[in-house]
Design a protein around this ligand. Structure first.
Ligand SMILES: [Zn+2]
Ligand SMILES: [Zn+2]
Ligand SMILES: [Zn+2]
Length: 219
């Protein structure tokens, strides 16, 4: 469990606001990711506070610039950057720990968080709300053209999800969905073949006619 940076009281996983001193904590960057502020005010606006976001550099294999709100500590990533960050900070996961995944979601569940559509920091069009990854429990705000907004704490949640094997579980899930789609497709095309068989096979055609006759009688 992390501690409040102001009064050192324990800080539960589902909040960045200390219940003892009321201070907001930057739970994502403080003591976790090394960063420099490149520009104090970018042209991008925080979707919650509507103030200019800072541009910060996380230094992953060279410059890695994202935007950050100094007030609510939300982060804005260009398309693909979250995947890169997760890849570089959480690697070598070979096991899926379902119990741990459930616990992460329970600990981090923010029951009082209102559902709210927010504007893209770049184009100011309302963003879509999507679940990030399979069973991650994180709902992200995404602009198809400009990137993804994460509220304070969500990148930490995604890192824990990936560490507990969430990404592996997602890959497995995607593979089984693909297999299902493929076997459905095969079943469909074999049905089509059966229909063609009826046309050429006289015996089958008789059965078909008999069934058709019964159905006609029924109605
Ligand atoms: Zn505190
Ligand atoms: Zn903000
Ligand atoms: Zn946009």
């Amino acid at each position: 469990m992390s501690l409040c940076q102001h009064c050192s009281a324990p800080l539960p996983a589902n909040t960045d606001k200390c219940i003892y001193c009321g201070a907001r904590n930057d739970v994502d960057l403080h003591a976790k990711l090394d960063y420099d502020v490149v520009r104090q005010q970018s042209e991008r606006l925080c979707p919650h506070c509507e103030k200019p976001l800072q541009t910060i550099d996380l230094h992953l294999d060279g410059a890695f610039l994202i935007e950050r709100c100094e007030d609510c500590f939300g982060l804005f990533f260009d398309p693909g950057q979250i995947e890169t960050l997760l890849e570089s900070s959480v690697s070598h996961v070979f096991e899926i720990n379902l119990e741990h995944l459930d616990n992460i979601n329970k600990d981090r569940f923010q029951g009082n968080k209102p559902v709210k559509y927010v504007k893209c920091p770049v184009c100011h069009v309302l963003m879509n709300r999507n679940a990030y990854g399979y069973r991650s429990g994180v709902i992200i705000d995404r602009c198809r053209n400009h990137g993804v907004w994460l509220d304070s704490g969500e990148i930490t949640h995604l890192m824990e999800w990936k560490k507990a094997g969430g990404q592996l579980l997602q890959d497995k899930h995607a593979a089984s969905e693909n297999r299902k789609a493929e076997s459905n497709h095969r079943a469909m095309s074999s049905q089509t073949n059966n229909v063609l068989d009826y046309r050429v096979d006289a015996d089958e055609l008789d059965i078909f006619n008999a069934v058709a006759a019964v159905i006609t009688k029924l109605f």
